[in-house]
Write a protein that binds this ligand. Structure first.
Ligand code: NDP
Ligand code: MG
Length: 386
């Protein structure tokens, strides 16, 4: 039995993870849950999974949960996430909060030499170099990626040796706006950007998929996770989302992982690796229904998310943290109707142009770059609302 801490249990990945745990015949057990604003759902989850520890983001939620479940050790706010990661009595930390807020908890999980089932890609983008350094210092800690592309690459890597890899091929659905022109994108609405063709996900990542910034984040995430340089990481649009990503080896053999577009598979694999377990929640892939697989190049002129990420990644140091922070605020402002869709690219580009990269050698450095970037974006493009 593996004991699991779920950070972000009320989100899209969090609820899928609980579904995997629910159907695991007791192979996985919930030790701790965390939610931010949705304490109603968190309470439902507490009733079902009886965690020993819980973290919630609001005072209202804190009061209600402490009243209803006096036996639970309860934490409040960002520091509570780190407290959960610092617990000793668990095996796997699933980081499924959205945004750079996940960094400190991930670092704490590594220092406690746990397995990190990493969904929170923003952490690896903003602080990848530092996290890799920590992984060397704490060799018993390990990261198993949950992001479907990275899980696919992780699985495909088992088909050869690391020094035999020629390149990584990250597939992309192309997002909601695939095929649209710059002119057509000028006035798209939030509701349009939130309609993803294949995947059901949280709002922030769905907007990131529409702008292809998600793919940009995934390029940097892949570079940090697998140590492959940017000249050997490619993006390929594959609208059916059946091939989740591929690895080309020196001999030109390409190993891929295929499956239905359902995050429960990579979540479960991150829990069971190096084993595989049967699980009744997955639909098997039906090749007679998914018989056409197509591929095309990314339209980099229209969707600048990929090119901007290569620029940030190649510059390195603190630039990926700026790319990420600028995008997080830009997406928030877009969702509030304060900026147009294409302004997301403008914000990222300008934030990167004004930034002088510094070495990331601590969580504090990442946080200060993150904070400085956010403040600049708010001051230029819209006031922060609480
Ligand atoms: P959601 O928005 O659906 O869920 C986010 C979770 O984090 C919720 O539990 C939310 O709580 C919590 N949360 C948000 N802000 C804070 C905060 N400030 N402090 C504490 N908790 C917070 O996101 P997803 O599940 O879609 O994504 C989670 C992560 O996984 C992201 O990093 C994303 O990029 C990555 N990912 C997601 C995929 C997907 O299919 N969804 C695929 C690959 C990667 P509440 O709802 O209670 O406010
Ligand atoms: Mg992905």
């Amino acid at each position: 039995m593996k004991r699991i801490v779920v950070l972000g249990s009320t989100g899209s990945i969090g609820t899928s993870a609980l579904d995997v745990i629910r159907n695991s015949n007791g192979k996985f057990q919930v030790v701790a849950l965390s939610g931010n604003r949705n304490h109603k759902l968190l309470i439902e989850q507490i009733k079902e999974f009886s965690p020993k520890y819980v973290c919630v983001g609001t005072e209202e939620g804190y009061l209600e949960i402490s009243r209803e479940f006096p036996e639970i050790k309860l934490f409040l706010g960002d520091s509570g996430l780190t407290e959960l990661a610092n617990l000793k009595d668990y095996d796997i930390l699933l980081t499924a909060v959205s945004g750079a807020i996940g960094i400190e908890a991930t670092v704490a999980g590594i220092k406690n030499e746990k397995r990190i089932a990493l969904a929170n890609k923003e952490t690896m983008v903003a602080a990848g170099g530092y996290i890799n350094k920590l992984l060397k210092e704490y060799p018993k800690a390990e990261i198993v990626p949950v992001d479907s592309e990275h899980s696919a690459i992780f699985q495909s890597m088992l088909g050869g040796r690391k020094n035999e890899v020629n390149k990584l091929i990250i597939t992309a659905s192309g997002g909601t706006f695939r095929g649209k022109s710059v002119e057509e994108l000028k006035n798209v609405k939030v509701e349009d950007a939130l309609k993803h063709p294949n995947w059901s996900m949280g709002k922030k990542i769905t907007i990131d998929s529409s702008s292809l910034v998600n793919k940009g984040l995934e390029i940097i995430e892949a570079h940090e996770l697998f140590g492959v340089d940017y000249d050997h990481i490619e993006v390929l649009v594959h609208p059916q989302s059946i091939i989740h990503s591929m690895v080309e080896f020196k001999d030109r053999a390409v190993i891929a992982q295929l499956g239905a577009p359902d995050m429960k598979l990579p979540i479960q694999y991150a829990f069971t690796y190096p084993e595989r377990e049967a699980n009744i929640v997955f639909e098997p892939l039906d090749f007679t229904k998914a018989s056409t697989l197509t591929f095309e190049k990314v339209d980099n002129k229209t969707f600048k998310g990929v090119e901007l990420a290569y620029r940030a990644g190649r510059t390195g140091k603190s630039m990926p943290a700026v790319f990420n922070a600028a995008n997080e605020v830009a997406v928030e402002l877009f969702m509030k109707g304060k900026i147009g869709f294409l302004t997301i690219y403008e914000i990222i580009e300008k934030a990167m142009e004004r930034h002088i990269p510094i070495e990331i050698d601590s969580v504090e450095t990442v946080k200060s770059v993150d904070r400085e970037t956010r403040e600049w974006v708010y001051s230029e493009y819209g006031e922060k609302e609480e």
